[in-house]
Design a protein around this ligand. Sequence first.
Ligand SMILES: [Zn+2]
Ligand SMILES: [Zn+2]
Length: 341
Amino acid sequence: MRPAAEGGKLWADFAPPDFPLDTFDPHQVLGLASPASADEIRRAFRRLAMRWHPDRNPSPEASERFRLIRAAHDALLVETEALESDGAARGPVEEGELEVSLEEAVLGGTKTFTVVRRHPCPVCAGEGDVPLQYSRLCEPCHGTGRLRRASGLERCGVCEGKGYRFKARCEACAGSGEEIASRELAVTLPPLSAEGRILRLQGQGPGPADGPGDLFLAIRYRDHALFTRRGIDLALEVPVSVLAWLAGDAVAIPVLGGTHRVPLRPGGGERELKLAGFGLPRPEGGRGELRVTLRPEFPQALDASALEALLRLDRSLAGDEGRHYPEVAAWRRRVQAAGAD
Ligand SMILES: [Zn+2]
Ligand SMILES: [Zn+2]
C-alpha cells in the first residue's frame, strides 16, 4: 500500500502549479492552454474542484481558490460555447442591454430579461383603425365637420371635416397598430462579468417567423447606493471613530457582496486604504481596487466618566510629552525662551 504522503505527491505530478490569487486569468486558474474546448474546461474544473472544494480541503485559502475556479469555469464556458456554435448566422439577430447590479457583476447569478416583440395588430393589420360597416355621425363635431374654438370655427380633425366617420379606432391595439408580446427569459450571468461584455442567447432572437436567430445582450452596470465608480475601481468614504482610528482597531469596510475587516495602523494617520481585488471586473480578468477614504469622527455627547477617562489618558501621555506630543513640547520651549528674553 502507498503511504499517504506519496499520494499527496502524486497530485503534484499532474496538477498544474497553483494559480496566483491576486490576478484572475481563467486559463491560468484552470491550468489550460488557450484555447480549450468545452470538454477540457469541464474536466479541468472537476479535477480542481475535487482538490479545492472547501468541504474537502480544510486549508484557509480553499474557499477563495474554489470561488476563482468556479468563476474561471463559468467565464470560459460561456465564451467557448459561443465560439463553438459560431457557425453562419442563423436567422436575424437582436441586440439588447442587460442591466446588472455591481454585486451581480462580481458574484454572477440569474437575471430576468424581458423580450418584447412587436407585430402588426392582426385585427387592424397594423392600420390602428378599422373600417365601419355603416358610417357614423362624428361625435366631437356632432356631424357639422367643424369645432368651435376660442379663435373661431375650425375644421374637425377627427372626421376631416366630413361630419361622418367611416373608420373607428381599433380596440384590440388601442389605435397603435401594434401587437406587443413580452416574454421573460432567464439569463445566466457569469461571475466577474465586465461591463460591455456580450452574452449570446442562442435561438432567442426575433423569430420564430424568420428562424430562431440569436439575442445578444451587452452588460451594463447599474449605479450603486454606496460605491462610486472610477473606471474599474470603486471609491467609498467611511466615517470611523477617531479613537479606534488612533488605537489601530480593525474597521469593517463594506465590499461588494459582504464586509471586509481591515486592521488600521496604530497611531492614526491613515486616511486612504487601497483594497486590491475589491473593485469591478476587468475585461481581461481580475478586479480593480476599492479606494476607501477614512473620515475620523470626534465622539459626541461624552459623559463625565468618558471625559475623565480621556483626561487620565491625556495626563499619562503628557508625562512623556517629548515623545507623544513633540510639537507641544517644542512650542513650550519657545514660550519659555521668549519669556527669558
Ligand atoms: Zn389594431
Ligand atoms: Zn367631426
